[in-house]
Design a protein around this ligand. Structure first.
Ligand code: ATP
Ligand code: LTN
Length: 328
């Protein structure tokens, strides 16, 4: 790796990757590739914090890497790799579990509370998920972590764990910064704008998957919940549904929200939704054309090459940390 600043981010190979993942995270990574050394991970150890079907998981790992490539991640500029191919991720997790992370830190994590609710019958891994995420980031001396809004708390925890370790044992880890782009940082569910668009939503009318059939996607937009006012206006507090659709429209078309408000002044939601449905369909058709042209064997080679390239970097950090706590 050269002397550029390091960017690290990742997506779990679980559920259906949706427009929220794309607009809130992956799309923003594309522009960063020239200025930074970018590392994009398929975080498969995170995916197994909830039950996965082994055959499906294998397919999903390749699918995520393909989605990275079809979105414009260039393997000549950025490193794409699979988390479980570098054992240092789980080794560092164990060390941080023991010497840096506290139950009281993890008890504050809202994602865990949202996912587990009152159910005690969830995996220990789901609770420990943020420490694995911290290890991902810290192993590579990451400078910046571009993510959607929902991950902010996890990056803050990463900083706490790194500082705590450095203070107690001597400097091993760089303290990373979170990068959250305001627009698209939290795309909301199409069926319920009070919750984020989510892979694990119970209804498929919550999200537009990147691999959705374009006609199906059009239907989902036409069925998206709005209000009864009939005014296309951005007002997150009073019109969260319409504001969410405006955000998606703006990010996919490049038009500003203001331009879109002007365009649909006085015309109700019918034309607005129809045009958005067409825009989404065209986006999906062009995305999927790229996706379908990528061969599984090529993806496997890219993942292997990525892991080879990063193994020694991860190993150096891990050994430094081991040395400091008296393990080497
Ligand atoms: P789940 O929805 O099941 O909790 P997830 O989509 O949040 O899963 P990941 O696949 O790990 O989990 O997320 C990948 C990236 O997408 C992260 O950077 C996350 O912040 C971002 N992201 C996820 N959902 C949204 C959303 N609705 N709006 C914007 N960004 C999102
Ligand atoms: N938990 C993240 C995925 C993730 C990640 C990371 C993101 C795992 N490790 C490191 C950034 C940096 C999520 O989006 N659900």
């Amino acid at each position: 790796m050269d002397n550029k600043k390091i960017i690290f981010s990742g997506v779990q190979p679980s559920g259906n990757i949706h427009l929220g993942n794309y607009l809130g995270a992956i799309k923003n990574w594309i522009k960063l590739q020239d200025e930074y050394q970018c590392l994009f991970c398929v975080v498969d150890y995170h995916a197994i914090t909830v039950k996965q079907d082994p055959k499906e998981l294998k397919k999903k790992i390749i699918e995520i890497a393909k989605i990275y490539l079809a979105s414009g991640i260039d393997p000549k500029k950025s490193v794409i790799f699979q988390q479980s191919q570098i054992s240092e991720h789980t080794e560092l997790t164990w060390m941080l579990n023991c010497v840096s992370a506290r139950m009281s830190d993890l008890n504050k994590m809202t994602q865990y509370k949202d996912k587990a609710g009152d159910n005690e019958n969830v995996s220990v891994g789901l609770f420990d998920y943020p420490v694995l995420m911290a290890s991902d980031i810290l192993l590579y001396q990451t400078d910046l972590v571009p993510v959607g809004e929902d991950q902010k708390q996890h990056i803050e925890l990463t900083r706490v764990l790194a500082k705590r370790f450095n203070n107690e044992y001597g400097k091993v880890f760089k303290i990373p910064e979170v990068v959250i782009k305001k627009e698209g940082a939290r795309i909301m569910g199409l069926d319920d704008a009070s919750k984020k668009m989510s892979k694990s939503a119970s209804s498929e009318f919550n999200y537009i998957a990147l691999l959705d059939d374009s006609d199906r996607a059009k239907k989902k937009i036409m069925k998206a919940v709005t209000d009864s006012e009939g005014v296309v206006k951005y007002d997150v507090k009073n019109k969260p549904e319409v504001s969410n659709l405006l955000t998606v429209y703006s990010l996919l078309s490049g038009y500003s929200v203001k331009d879109l408000e002007d365009k649909y002044k006085g015309s109700g939601y019918g034309d607005f939704k129809k045009d958005l449905a067409e825009l989404v369909a065209q986006f999906l058709i062009s995305f999927q054309e790229k996706y379908n042209n990528i061969k599984d064997e090529d993806v496997e080679k890219i993942l292997e090459k990525g892991a080879k390239e990063l193994k020694s970097v991860a190993n150096t950090t891990l050994n430094n940390a081991k040395e400091k706590i008296g393990l080497n």
